[in-house]
Design a protein around this ligand. Structure first.
Ligand code: ZN
Length: 115
């Protein structure tokens, strides 16, 4: 894969993930703001339980998006180092189709299936 193509692939995924992270952060802030209108007694207020659950879910998705951004930043470094298409586990090539589908991947399909 061409370095320029790889960089574009990663940049596109980064922009998309950054947008997702921003939307999730906004959603979390809205949930936090909304919860200020409830009693704050999670244990006895059924609505409080729902809000706490929603907040935990959004928080988990946000953390995942942030992890993805870190992984994509690392992928960009791998492109610059010339090892983007090299599997970190076996040293074999990572198929172009796999990198297109998963721009942040660091292992080939064979190693992924072994995990
Ligand atoms: Zn491998």
């Amino acid at each position: 894969m061409d370095e320029r193509v790889a960089t574009e692939l990663i940049e596109r995924a980064r922009a998309e993930t950054a947008r997702l992270a921003a939307a999730l952060a906004r959603q979390r802030d809205e949930i936090v703001a909304a919860s200020e209108f409830t009693s704050g007694d999670d244990e006895h207020d059924p609505e409080g339980v729902t809000i706490a659950f929603e907040r935990a879910q959004v928080q988990a998705l946000l953390r995942q998006a942030q992890d993805d951004l870190t992984a994509l930043a690392r992928a960009a470094e791998r492109v610059l180092a010339g090892v983007y298409e090299v599997c970190e586990r076996c040293g074999g090539p990572i198929a172009e189709g796999r990198l297109t589908a998963l721009p942040a991947t660091r292992i080939c399909i064979t190693c992924a299936n072994r995990l």
